[in-house]
Design a protein around this ligand. Structure first.
Ligand code: AMP
Length: 208
């Protein structure tokens, strides 16, 4: 069976991870997030890569591809979130698989910074929250389910956020033109507003 691969692209805080998760369930695709794959690593490799991740720096392309390839081989319908992050990664991916569609979720830098600074997660159940936007926890900084204090990702600090947004503009944005030039459909979605509203905007693409 031919693989169907949809890329979700967007600056940090655009909600691409959240949308990839909810949309993949609706359309029966597997959501693969490179950020999550890296955060779920164990042992010495995790320690080594954390030196990059905590500073908001991309890990080496080949290494990232090796980790990702194993996951992608198992699936036929994939929403890929977080890869490619630069032209080199886009070319490496092209050698392996053909991309079906690219969905770019757009928000302004101001909105991105606001969302990233408010972002929290529960280290027990993995639920995501946002103190400034939504979903807000019911009680101040506690997980609604586990009732433990929510955590902030190490790379959601001012310095790393600045670095990650710069890297996005410089390295990741050019991949959109790369795909357009190759005739791959690139669709821009307004990422502002509620999760449910953005989800509806994305799902329209699959209904038409
Ligand atoms: P994310 O959760 O997508 O924001 O990714 C968190 C961090 O993981 C990034 O800042 C990078 O350090 C690393 N990372 C995720 N995806 C990639 C990728 N495609 N290439 C290199 N590094 C990545």
């Amino acid at each position: 069976m031919k693989k169907e691969i949809i890329l979700f692209v967007g600056k940090q805080g655009a909600g691409k991870g959240t949308q990839a998760e909810v949309v993949s369930k609706e359309i029966g695709f597997k959501h693969i997030s490179t950020g999550e794959l890296l955060r779920n690593l164990k042992g010495s490799l995790k320690k080594e890569l954390n030196l990059y991740i905590e500073k908001g720096i991309l890990i080496p392309d080949e290494l990232m591809l090796e980790i990702l390839k194993k996951e992608m081989k198992k699936e036929d319908k994939i929403i890929l979130d977080g890869f490619p992050r630069n032209l080199r990664q886009a070319k490496l991916l092209d050698n392996l698989f053909k991309i079906t569609k690219v969905i770019e979720i757009y928000i302004s830098d101001e909105e991105a910074i606001k969302r990233l600074e408010g972002r929290r997660y529960c280290e027990i159940c993995g639920r995501n929250y946002n103190l400034i936007t939504f979903p807000k926890p019911k009680e101040d900084e506690l997980c609604d389910i586990c009732k433990v204090k929510l955590k902030k990702r190490k790379d959601d600090n001012k310095e790393a956020i600045k670095k990650r947004l710069e890297t996005y503009k410089e390295k990741t944005l050019p991949i959109l033109d790369y795909y357009r030039e190759r005739g791959v459909e690139v669709i821009r979605i307004d990422g502002s507003g509620k999760i449910e509203d953005v989800k509806k905007r994305i799902l329209k693409i699959f209904k038409s």
